[in-house]
Write a protein that binds this ligand. Structure first.
Ligand code: G4P
Length: 529
């Protein structure tokens, strides 16, 4: 029993969010290096697969039989068992990227010091805020010319609406990057790029009052540092662990993932500030991760692109108890007992069969087509359901028609099934039927996936006509009279398959206008399932 508790206590499950190219992969590689999971940094994912074109992507899917985008990395470091959830970017960006965040207990936000807050970070950040999970900021690429440090923090606070508290402070950047000052220990760690890709390397620490520090960094940087520390102590938010836990204050670190500078310090602080798996909300109250019953929820379903392996993998986050291979669990939504066979864990793209797993871990199980996103599985006697996973706002829309109208049945079946897996969202004209449907996706690549899969799996050819809408809003008011609702000329009324009304807009300005014109109207960027 003591072991069981310890296993759960040592788990840390987090996602790394960033805009493409900020250094997420590089930082992950360096984390793994400390954990000894790989011998040399550089093998998390080949660049070739990370930056593939659409056509390559299909081939990769086919060859591997599983999406290259779905990885969870598990490794041990400093007595912790760490699960890193990858949030794919580039062309792979999809609703799954958002859903992955539902499985994390905290997030690391990587920002490129010369670029500041970028689009994808902004989007993913919103989901973290909705969940009130702690967000830790790593400002990367300090070995390159970075923006002014105060400006960077200001930008995070203004753009993302979260207070920041620098744990360390950079001295210069680019060619003049001298190191970082740790505000807790009052020590300066001098920058050296000899650590590149290796675990061991020389790190030189100087006490802030050591005269030798001035000799090392030069008078000019010394004076600037003193000035900035004074400013910082007066201006920045006080460190408050409660605010961090609620996701209202982000501890900020500076470093350079490529040269492996500041990475281990960051990892250590991060691990000590985050918690073991958190309780999860259900319709019967909070579910304690240390409870003896196994429970999990499905946050992602991965269809196999390989025709020879038509299976699907359901990824679930274990929320309580211990998982053992072959165990029988209740699938609440399906109302049946099922045996979880072939449980898998993904290690840097490799599938690995596992025997046991604990609360906090992510496992993938074979899905014969019975699971939906958000489903609950448990061994508890009393049934309960975990809080549903929201539907995230698609940003691309297309009208979909089948080329051969005789294949109506296959078309509807295929589209419905792909929507059930959560790869696309389907809508109808507000007054129309199923003869024409509107498909919404978070990442444009999903359109290609839809076309490819309908042709290959359902033998249905489709035509996609892209629509100009970029913003969708769910209507929170239950009693709204849709006929009386007045919007802008570019607004379109649609409904989902359950009949709920929604609004589409070409631009954000129209969303605001529509809110202004309809007193009491409440719109949401997240749909409830
Ligand atoms: P991503 O996963 O967030 O998309 O970013 P990734 O780690 O792939 O990094 C993007 C590029 O930025 C890579 O260069 C990487 O080497 C570089 N990079 C990451 N961290 C740092 C850093 O701290 N300092 C500097 N100077 N560069 C950094 P690339 O040329 O696109 O790829 P590669 O050919 O070097 O692998």
């Amino acid at each position: 029993m003591a072991d069981f508790r310890k296993e759960i206590e040592k788990r840390r499950t987090f996602a790394i969010i960033s805009h493409p190219d900020a250094g997420k992969t590089t930082l992950t590689e360096k984390f793994l290096l400390y954990g000894g999971a790989i011998n040399l940094a550089g093998s998390v994912k080949g660049k070739a697969t990370a930056r593939h074109a659409v056509s390559d992507w299909m081939e990769i899917e086919k060859e591997r039989g599983i999406s290259v985008t779905s990885s969870v990395l598990q490794f041990n470091y400093g007595g912790y068992c760490i699960n890193i959830l990858d949030t794919p970017g580039h062309q792979d960006f999809s609703e799954d990227t958002y859903r992955t965040l539902m499985a994390a207990d905290s997030a690391v936000m990587v920002i490129d010091g010369s670029k500041g807050v970028e689009a994808q970070t902004r989007k993913l950040f919103k989901v973290c805020v909705m969940r009130h999970i702690p967000i830790f900021t790593f400002i990367n690429k300090m070995d390159r010319d970075a923006n002014d440090t105060f400006d960077l923090l200001d930008e995070i606070e203004k753009e993302l609406g979260i207070a920041t508290c620098p744990v360390n402070w950079p001295i210069g950047s680019g060619k003049n990057f001298k190191g970082v000052y740790d505000r807790n220990t009052k020590k300066v760690m001098l920058f050296s790029d000899t650590l590149k890709g290796t675990k061991e390397g020389e790190e030189k620490d100087f006490d802030i009052n050591d005269p030798a520090l001035t000799t090392e960094i030069g008078q000019e940087y010394r004076d600037k540092l003193d000035e900035e520390i004074e400013l910082l102590d007066g201006a920045s938010a006080e460190f408050d662990m409660d605010l961090v836990s609620r996701g209202e204050l982000s501890p900020v670190f500076f470093g350079s993932a490529l040269t492996n500078f500041g990475v281990e310090t960051f990892l250590k602080h991060f691990l000590s500030m985050t918690t073991s798996p958190l309780p999860r909300n259900s319709d019967k109250g909070l579910i304690d991760p240390f409870g003896s019953d196994f429970s999990a929820f499905v946050f992602k379903i991965q269809a196999n692109m390989n025709k020879n392996h038509r299976d699907r993998i359901a990824f679930m986050r274990i929320c309580s108890g211990k998982f053992e291979a072959g165990m029988e669990v209740k699938h609440i939504q399906g109302g049946k007992a099922i045996r979880l066979s072939q449980p898998q864990q993904l290690m840097a793209q490799e599938r690995k069969i596992i025997e046991e797993a604990y609360a906090g871990d992510i496992i993938g199980v074979f899905d014969p087509g019975i699971f939906s996103i958000g489903d609950t599985l448990t061994t508890a006697k009393d049934n309960f359901e975990f809080e549903g996973i929201p539907t995230f706002a698609p940003e691309h829309f297309a009208r979909v028609r089948q080329v051969d109208t005789m294949k109506r049945k296959q078309f509807v079946k295929g589209v419905m099934q792909i929507a059930q897996e959560g790869a696309i969202q389907i809508f109808q004209e507000y007054q129309g039927g199923m003869e024409e449907i509107i498909v919404g996706v978070v990442g444009v690549l999903q359109f290609d996936v839809l076309k490819y899969r309908l042709e290959n799996e359902y033998n249905v050819e489709i035509r996609l006509e892209k629509l100009p809408y970029e913003h969708i809003r769910w209507i929170e008011n239950k009693d709204i009279d849709m006929d009386k609702l007045t919007g802008t000329s570019d607004m379109k009324k649609i409904r989902d398959l359950k009949g709920n009304p929604l609004l589409l807009f070409v631009n954000a300005w129209s969303v605001g206008m529509t809110l202004d014109r309809n007193d009491g109207l409440v719109l949401s960027e997240f749909g409830k399932n």
